[in-house]
Design a protein around this ligand. Structure first.
Ligand SMILES: [Zn+2]
Ligand SMILES: [Zn+2]
Length: 224
């Protein structure tokens, strides 16, 4: 290879790269396929609003995850999420990088998280917030992911545990654990609403907010 670059040194076009290669600064010739991985990454990234999902127009694995060639023949593939994480944080992750919005092709660094943080409350909160469309304090904050058959939003909590309903999680994140056996209902009647100001505790699925408030207070007092 060295001979190749010595031969071509002096032709205007390749002069810069010849010098770099001969000085040992780089070991592979750049070209359409050998562009720096960060540059190729940027070309495939489809950015959107800060809180939106950023999509990927580049290659994907059989499993549907964004991927990039490391560059060079036989260099193999690397997860595009790893490149996104490195570009955003400056750290080279030593573990798998997951996305908290559960959209496999999303590469918004705000939606990426190092694996192993697992099912901690902070992780759950981040994943929750990535899927809620927050608006004014009095307005409904809608769950943006596909609802379950009953019309409520849900969030998975890991392989072994059952999913949690989005509005129940919203109440929990705002107020702490839900007393055992109690319902969380929306005073606005919108089952996708996760605004804590629209949520209230209830002893049954029928009572409205005022009746529920009195009943729950009495019930909690009895139990205390
Ligand atoms: Zn996302
Ligand atoms: Zn609401």
């Amino acid at each position: 290879m060295r001979q190749y670059f010595e031969t071509y040194r002096g032709t205007r076009k390749s002069h810069y790269w010849c010098d770099k290669v001969l000085s040992g600064a780089i070991t592979a010739m750049p070209g359409p396929k050998r562009q720096h991985i960060e540059l190729r990454f940027a070309a495939y990234l489809v950015k959107a609003g800060e809180e939106d999902c950023w999509s990927w127009s580049g290659p994907i694995t059989n499993g549907g995850h964004p991927t990039l060639g490391r560059g060079g023949k036989g260099g193999g593939q690397t997860s595009a999420r790893i490149v996104a994480y490195r570009l955003a944080t400056g750290d080279n992750p030593d573990r798998e990088v997951l996305n908290i919005c559960d959209r496999k092709l999303c590469l918004n660094p705000r939606h990426l998280l190092l694996a192993g943080a697992g099912k901690s409350k902070a992780t759950l909160q981040k994943r929750f917030e990535a899927k809620v469309q927050k608006s004014g304090p009095d307005e409904c904050w809608l769950w943006t992911d596909k609802p379950i058959a009953s019309g409520y939003g849900k969030l998975s909590t890991g392989h072994d545990s059952s999913p949690i309903l989005a509005h129940r999680l919203a109440w929990q994140l705002a107020n702490g654990d839900i007393p055992e056996g109690l319902f969380i209902k929306q005073r606005c009647g919108n089952r996708l609403c996760c605004n804590p100001a629209h949520l209230y505790l209830s002893l049954n699925p029928i009572d409205g907010p005022e009746v529920s408030a009195r009943a729950v207070e009495a019930w909690l007092r009895c139990r205390a």
